[in-house]
Design a protein around this ligand. Structure first.
Ligand SMILES: Cc1ncc(COP(=O)(O)O)c(C=O)c1O
Length: 404
């Protein structure tokens, strides 16, 4: 649907949204009427350079032709069946995901937070059944973000954040340790700890990549203590960090990994992948979902992964990530430029991130701000050096104007 087909003005549409939608977002003040590749367009056709990609979702580009075709064909063939029969897209996607990232089994969900719920539930059930009723605790990282349902919220190590305040008590069974501090993680584990759960790069926490030492240290520690390593790759997964999954950058493998965002090429899908041994914790009735494994979303995801492979998007993310990161170091007033592949953050010194975000928006560049001082760029992975140059010039002008 486009605005011109409704007979409404821009102001009228916005008024309806404001009247009827429960608002929890700080909106970009425009109507996203259509999108293609690295651009979004308002109802007048004004292009906006998209360096947030639905927050790391539209990795194969907005309205990617292959994904659109897969969605259209599947929607006209078989739309929703629950999980009683087999379906072609589900089975083919399962094989593609597991063989591509070297895991044994998949369980489908609909979103990142749901994928993390499944990951937490599987780890807890594995622990309780294998070692006894007390062994279900999970150590996660301070400043992490794992989603907005209760298990994922409770795993999130941000007790002072609006995402946790005012909801009453959190789900028990989680403790937090400082990110990238291997000794602190070891110290936080007890005889009742079954797993350690982290993001390979903290996205919402300000774009903080795990060090190699931390990742290999956690893997070794988990192996030595019969504990599971759970990786939340909802934001980092599917080529964003220069490999299919971020854990491949570290040469380690998790026991369970969660994914969502980029997997569906713009359609909502989440999943966990687990080893055969850990996956056995889920049996008939122990977990389930009405929409998880939806044929249209699975067909979209299959098309998205094929597109990632054919266009070498992991390599492009690595190459463009390096190019863009190096370039951003020339910005004024920066404290640090950090990230992995095309998950890029810039921390500023004395300039408000939200001001930069607004001033970029005025210049038709879409980026996000995290906290007071970090801007984050997660563009489609199809971007070129020219797109990076354009974004850089806009951010530079925005910073200069913010400083005054
Ligand atoms: C690392 C991580 N985990 C989980 C989530 C939650 O995903 P969703 O919004 O799809 O529920 C996010 C969302 O930003 C995320 O970045």
């Amino acid at each position: 649907m486009k605005l011109k087909d409704t007979g409404l003005t821009e102001a009228e549409l916005k008024a309806k949204a404001k009247k009827y939608i429960i608002e929890t977002y700080e909106r970009f003040d425009f109507i996203a009427d259509s999108a293609k590749g690295v651009y979004m367009y308002d109802e007048k056709g004004t292009p906006y350079l998209d360096f947030y990609a639905g927050i790391a979702v539209n990795s194969v580009g907005n309205c990617n032709e292959r994904v659109v075709k897969a969605v259209q064909e599947q929607a006209g063939t078989l739309m929703q069946v629950f999980n009683y029969p087999y379906s072609v897209p589900q089975a083919l996607l399962a094989e593609k995901v597991c063989t591509t990232i070297g895991m044994d089994k998949i369980f489908y969900q609909n979103s990142g937070t749901e994928a993390n719920e499944a990951m937490i539930k599987m780890a807890r059930k594995y622990g309780v059944e294998k070692y006894g009723p007390e062994r279900y605790n999970i150590v996660t990282a301070a400043n992490s973000f794992h989603g907005r349902t209760f298990g994922a919220m409770s795993a999130t190590g941000q007790p002072d954040n609006a995402c946790q305040i005012g909801f009453g008590g959190m789900t028990p069974g989680f403790t937090y340790a400082p990110y990238n501090d291997l000794e602190a993680f070891k110290a936080a584990c007890t005889k009742n700890t079954i797993a350690i759960m982290i993001e390979p790069v903290q996205g919402e926490g300000g774009v903080n990549p795990a060090t190699q030492e931390f990742m290999t240290g956690l893997r070794k520690f988990c192996d030595e203590n019969d504990m599971l390593l759970l990786l939340d790759e909802v934001q980092t997964g599917w080529c964003r960090t220069g490999k299919f999954m971020s854990f491949m950058n570290y040469g380690i493998k998790p026991d369970i990994v969660s994914m969502a965002k980029a997997l569906g090429g713009g359609m909502p899908i989440g999943a966990i992948c687990a080893t055969d041994e850990v996956a056995k914790a889920f049996t008939a009735g122990s977990h389930g979902t009405t929409f998880g494994g939806h044929p249209v979303c699975c067909a979209a995801a299959l098309a998205a992964i094929e597109e990632m492979e054919d266009k070498n998007l992991a390599d492009n993310a690595a190459k463009m990530g390096k190019y863009f990161t190096e370039k951003l170091k020339a910005l004024p007033h920066i404290k640090e430029v950090r990230g992995q592949g095309l998950l890029v953050g810039v921390e500023f010194d004395g300039v408000k991130a939200v001001d930069i975000k607004h001033k970029c928006f005025d210049r038709k560049l879409l980026i996000t701000a995290i906290g007071d001082s970090v801007i984050r760029m997660v563009p489609p992975l199809i971007i070129t050096e020219e797109d990076c140059d354009k974004a850089f010039e806009i951010i530079k002008a925005a910073v200069e104007e913010s400083v005054g």
